[in-house]
Design a protein around this ligand. Structure first.
Ligand code: ARG
Length: 590
């Protein structure tokens, strides 16, 4: 269900009938003021400019051809050639009643293979989308920097799946590289002194620091670490075993965080850097054979002339070091081939912070040239900004250390718990614990997801845990308030027909019918903040409706009451579904 698409089709047909070329963009958008209708078609102006004719006259012709019988109650021509469309309340109600019966809240499923002509359009074809997100470096504990990749990526993944796309999650963990020599050397000493691996690695940050201190200061340790890397890379069984132990325990740490964050990543989604080892020399050989890479000071490198500056200096992407070692970029080139060939991706999406933008731009250029990434496969690196502290500097602990993700999440839960206790002093312990987790984690996630992806943002406990404004608690509260209306009314579910009478009901209906449009925008731009805005607007419109349109009050007819309850129900369902895409849970009582 997408009103914009329905109107686009109708207006396009009218444009063609009025003599405009097929394919002219009708430019349908939501009106920003009710007096301009609910939707506008603004495409005539652009078309008139191209044809050098009078836009107002052209718009008159289009309106004469425009058949919106039963859909619109009024079509108006405004200004130089805007077409304002006022939708018919009965039509809106009918759409809403259909959506109310639909388990996907009216969002059509891609790739269902229906005969319907709308379903055949390109945007309703199922795609295979590889999404690369989270990807912590296992030589270190996951920190707040990985929070954004994990939750933005997971929201986009869920949006894609909700629309019916086939998603292949790829957790491109950093599980390879020179640091692992130092780490396994240190681990091997700990195990030799009878420590078990789980204990030795219970605090990874600490373990890593200890190893680094030994590497920098202890006589002979650095040489051992270097020798261990070579052993590991040449497939030595003992080193491999230590490495595997280290990796397994690190992954378990990440999994605890994923569970706490309500993130859908599983162990089977891990395709770490190490998984590409065997292919790296093959990729480099191919690049050399195709003369895309050249020898440069003993290393093998690609000069990216496409990105040369005005003096002709081109950035260089090194694919093999002079000592023979491979790099982060080599792995990403190999990943391009794996994802397009083996995983049959139509589109690849990668979430990392903005500092890696240049890296992915270079990788894409080289991969396309080398045929590792065919033209038809989309490659979207989606960068995000940094999380800042109140002081506007990168988010750190009071003593300046990096904040561990696990600690941050625990703090969110405990702050939420204080807040809920304050509001319900008599709440029982088990319910408090369950609520605190949903509110605390929801607050952190929503605060992050609701920001424009590419900007830096200030992390503030106070705003994210507020019950006012665009926050998770506000939306969760709106949801639970609807549930309590149902409890009061003594009904659990309603099949009643919705009628739209009051302006607040119409506004709510219009918003409810925009879900598919919003989900599509989230998917194409990888911007979950659009869904956050949408849900906030929906909840706010619901609050206005609730103020203006009594439901259970004395004197309200049974019919009106039933219709309004049904409207409440679909709002609740949409809030729940929308929050679920963001990986945020709702609760019946709050
Ligand atoms: N492990 C990397 C990091 O933390 C992110 C990996 C992103 N994905 C990729 N294909 N390079 O910085």
């Amino acid at each position: 269900m997408n009103i914009k698409n329905i109107l686009s089709e109708k207006v396009s047909a009218a444009m063609v009938a009025a003599g405009l070329p097929v394919g002219t963009n009708p430019a349908i958008s939501l009106s920003n003021r009710p007096q301009f209708g609910d939707y506008q078609a603004n495409g005539v102006m652009g078309a008139a400019k191209k044809l050098k004719t009078n836009p107002r006259e052209l718009a008159t012709k289009v309106v004469a051809e425009l058949d919106l019988d039963g859909i619109a109650s009024k079509i108006e021509l405004a200004g130089p050639g805007f077409i304002n469309i006022h939708l018919d309340q009965n039509w809106l109600a009918a759409q809403l009643n259909t959506v109310a019966q639909d388990e996907h809240s009216g969002v059509t499923q891609r790739g269902t293979g229906s005969e319907d002509s709308l379903q055949d359009s390109l945007q309703d074809k199922q795609q295979t989308v590889v999404v690369d997100y989270s990807a912590p470096n296992l030589a270190k504990e996951m920190h707040v920097g990985h929070l954004r990749s994990t939750i933005i990526g997971d929201a986009v993944v869920r949006a894609l799946e909700f629309r019916g796309d086939k998603v292949i999650r790829q957790n491109h963990m950093g599980d390879w590289g020179t640091q692992f020599g130092m780490l396994i050397a240190h681990l091997s000493d700990k195990l030799a002194s009878d420590e078990v691996a789980e204990t030795a690695l219970s605090d990874l940050e600490n373990f890593y620091r200890e190893a680094k201190v030994r590497f920098d200061n202890e006589e002979g340790f650095a040489d051992r670490a270097r020798a261990d890397v070579v052993k590991l890379q040449s497939g030595d069984a003992g080193s491999a075993k230590l490495w595997q132990q280290f990796i397994d325990i690190s992954i378990a740490h990440s999994e605890e965080i994923y569970a706490k964050l309500n993130v859908s990543l599983k162990r089977s989604d891990i395709m770490g850097e190490s998984a590409y080892n065997d292919d790296l020399s093959i990729v480099v050989d191919e690049l050399m054979a195709k003369e895309i890479a050249v020898e440069s000071q003993g290393a093998k490198a690609v000069f990216i002339n496409e990105m040369a500056n005005k003096d002709g200096d081109a950035p260089v992407l090194i694919v093999q070091k002079s000592g023979g070692g491979f790099l982060y970029a080599t792995t990403d080139l190999s990943a391009c081939r794996y994802r397009s060939d083996k995983l049959a991706a139509d589109r690849i999406i990668i979430f990392t912070d903005a500092r890696q933008s240049l890296h992915f731009k270079q990788v894409e250029i080289v991969a396309r040239k080398a045929g590792l990434l065919p033209e038809h496969v989309g490659y979207d690196h989606c960068p995000f900004g940094m999380m800042m502290g109140d002081d506007g500097k990168p988010f750190k602990t009071r003593t300046g250390g990096t904040i561990k993700l696990a600690e941050l999440l625990d703090e969110a839960i405990s702050r939420a718990s204080d807040l809920i206790k304050e509001k319900n002093p008599d709440i029982d312990a088990a319910e408090l614990a369950a609520l605190s987790e949903k509110v605390g984690i929801g607050a952190v996630k929503f605060a992050d997801l609701s920001k424009n992806r590419t900007s830096d943002y200030i992390f503030s406990w106070k705003t994210m845990l507020s019950f006012e404004g665009a926050t998770a608690p506000y939306l969760q509260y709106a949801y639970s308030r609807i549930q309590s209306i149902f409890v009061k009314a003594g009904v659990t579910q309603t099949q009643a027909t919705i009628a739209i009478i009051e302006p607040q009901e119409k506004a709510l209906a219009l918003k409810l019918l925009q879900l598919e449009d919003v989900v599509d925008a989230v998917i194409s731009e990888c911007t979950p903040n659009l869904l956050c805005n949408y849900l906030y607007e929906l909840a706010s419109l619901y609050m206005s409706f609730y103020e203006a349109c009594p439901i259970l009050k004395e004197g309200i007819s049974d019919e009106v009451k039933a219709s309004r309850l049904a409207l409440c129900q679909i709002v609740a369902q949409t809030l729940k579904q929308g929050l679920d895409i963001l990986g945020i849970e709702v609760m019946d009582r709050m």
